[in-house]
Design a protein around this ligand. Structure first.
Ligand code: CTP
Ligand code: CA
Length: 228
């Protein structure tokens, strides 16, 4: 049966996936966000469930249906995503596919900001926690296999190599998200797998579902057979 449609290489494993954008409130009616659709992260969660894993998907706001057989935890902000991820640990494999907002407004006002006579209000930002780096650098309870994504619009491989070292993860899936490529929101993706040793494996342009299927097969290989 090995490799067939019925193969369950991830049986007995817990896989944690983040997906989608985050929304960072400015006031009760406005937020800061990005163009992530969640398609790639959701496809990974779905593929892992089909491969027999117990899957927890921590998702920012998306319009996608919940993947079958997956426990979905919905969050809005980066801080809530970090809390949900930590609550979902331990995991055997963690895949951080979410496009987390790097910054959030320093203060969220309780009332809608009104147009004043003083012109546009200043939007002061503070940095969000780095969920991937926080989990990858845990002293206790670090998942044995931690996978990050790298969303780049230029110098994809150089930036991704720097990222794997900075974050402390085991593997980076790098993709070019410049507007011309149509990756953000689109159905196809061209990815490069970057290892800790700097090795690069470039995959052909594939449907996000097929990227997910191949990635899950690779991760099941890397994770090995579960202990009894
Ligand atoms: N990530 C995260 N928490 C953040 C920012 C990013 O978990 N606050 C994760 C993403 O899910 C992804 C990886 O880190 O797996 C890289 O995200 P990316 O935006 O490409 O990198 P950054 O470190 O945020 O750097 P920059 O956006 O400046 O390229
Ligand atoms: Ca970022």
């Amino acid at each position: 049966l090995a490799g067939g449609a019925d193969a369950k290489p991830f049986a007995g494993r817990h896989l944690l996936v983040t997906s989608g954008p985050t929304h960072e409130p400015i006031d009760p009616v406005r937020y800061l966000a990005n163009r992530s659709s969640g398609k790639q992260g959701h496809a990974i969660a779905a593929a892992a469930a089909r491969a027999g894993a117990r899957v927890t998907l921590v998702s920012g706001p998306v319009i996608l249906p919940d993947p079958p057989g997956v426990t979905v935890v919905r969050v809005e902000t980066a801080r809530a995503m970090l809390a949900a991820v930590e609550a979902a640990l331990p995991a055997d494999v963690a895949v951080f596919a979410a496009a987390v907002a790097d910054w959030r407004p320093a203060a969220e006002t309780d009332e809608k900001i009104k147009k004043g006579t003083e012109g546009p209000p200043p939007l002061r930002l503070v940095e969000n926690p780095d969920i991937l780096a926080t989990v990858a650098q845990r002293r206790e309870g670090r998942p044995p296999l931690v996978v990050g994504f790298a969303a780049e619009t230029a110098s994809v491989l150089d930036h991704a190599r720097a990222k794997i070292a900075r974050k402390g993860c085991d593997l980076i899936v790098a993709n070019d998200v410049s507007a011309a490529g149509g990756v953000m929101g689109g159905d196809r993706n061209t990815v490069h797998l970057i290892g800790r040793d700097g090795s690069v494996e470039t995959w052909p342009t594939l449907d996000k579902d097929e990227v997910a299927r191949r990635l899950v097969a690779r991760l099941a290989d890397l994770a090995g057979t579960p202990p009894e």
